[in-house]
Every structure is written in C-alpha cells, then in structure tokens.
Design a protein around this ligand. Structure first.
Ligand SMILES: [Ca+2]
Ligand SMILES: [Ca+2]
Length: 184
C-alpha cells in the first residue's frame, strides 16, 4: 500500500491481518467474494467505476466521497487491502482508527499534516449544507479554531481535539464521513 504510511497512527497491515478476528470470518469471506466478482482478483485495484459496482447498495453521490476514504494512499484506485482496512475500521474501529481514516482522506499529499487548502478542499468534498460563500467563511472560521497553535496546519492531535470540542462543526465539515463516529 505504498511506502509513505509511517505517519499514520494506525497500523494498516496489522488491521488487515486481524480482519477475520475483528469482523468475523464470514464477513471477510463475503468481502472477498464481492471483491473477486468485481475486481477479478485480490491483486487487482479498482477504479471509481468498479467501486460503484462493488458498493451498488449506496447512492452514487455518497460513493464519490467514500471512494476517497477507501483510497488511503490516494492513487485513485482502491486495492483489496484498502477495502478490507476501511470496512474493518468502519465496522469495528475505535475512535482513533476512525479519525485516522478521516484525517488521512483530508491529507491529500500524505505528509501527515492538513494545510488550509487541503482542509478547504476536503470540506467542500465531504460537507453538504450551505451556499458557497457561507461555506467558505464557515470553513475559514473552523480552520482557524482548529489550528490551536496557529502554525497554519492541522495536526492529528488538533483534529482529535476538534471533534471533542466542536462536534457540530466537525460533522458539518466531514459530512458523511462523520456518520457512525461515536465517542468512547
Ligand atoms: Ca489506493
Ligand atoms: Ca498534507
């Protein structure tokens, strides 16, 4: 899954390895069957088009957003490993694992920080409500609030604090990604 994953606070390989224990062997078999049906082989990566086929039970507008979440190395394709990782974290992940996945999908260049531009970009992709202008101003305000040490980027820790201190804004910014994100 690429070479630049050391900054992630979750161990993707470990999660994928323990998938059977975490979501159950049956679920894992189903994931593999679905995957093989659409992708042909475990080794193949799938494009957005195939991803829609794989996740056909979901509306397409949600799928565009979810694709970015599943594509953890941002190569515009989803691998079987990414698929299993994301399903496991969504089904069985703790708060940090889920947050890491969301944080990672914001962090387009995968350097371990979220810049203002990445934040704005992600917020526009994932959030739903409001006019452009409202959103622009809202996003600016939220970014400034999030960036508590004022260094112009949002660290994972700041991102975590954001969820804790202003859940409402967090949900507005993350839209569908915040669904199922429960406090522990
Ligand atoms: Ca990928
Ligand atoms: Ca970044």
């Amino acid at each position: 899954m690429g070479t630049h994953q050391s900054y992630l606070s979750i161990n993707q390989k470990k999660i994928v390895k323990s998938a059977g224990n975490r979501v159950g062997g049956k679920t894992l078999d189903t994931l593999l069957d679905d995957w093989n049906r659409v992708a042909g082989s475990k080794k193949n990566q799938i494009t957005f088009e195939k991803f829609c086929e794989l996740m056909q039970h979901l509306p397409k507008e949600d799928l565009r957003k979810l694709f970015d979440l599943y594509d953890t190395d941002h190569n515009n394709k989803v691998s079987f490993e990414e698929y299993v990782l994301t399903v496991v974290v969504l089904m069985d992940g703790n708060l940090d694992e889920k947050l890491t996945l969301i944080y990672n999908s914001f962090d387009e260049n995968r350097d371990g920080t979220i810049t203002r531009q990445e934040f704005q970009h992600a917020a526009k992709r994932f959030s739903q409500a409001g006019t452009e202008l409202d959103r622009e101003m809202f996003i600016r305000k939220v970014f400034a609030k999030c960036d508590t040490n004022n260094d112009g980027t949002i660290s994972f820790e700041e991102f975590r604090q954001f969820l804790k201190t202003d859940r409402e804004s967090f949900e507005k910014i993350c839209g569908i990604l915040a669904v199922g994100l429960n406090d522990e």
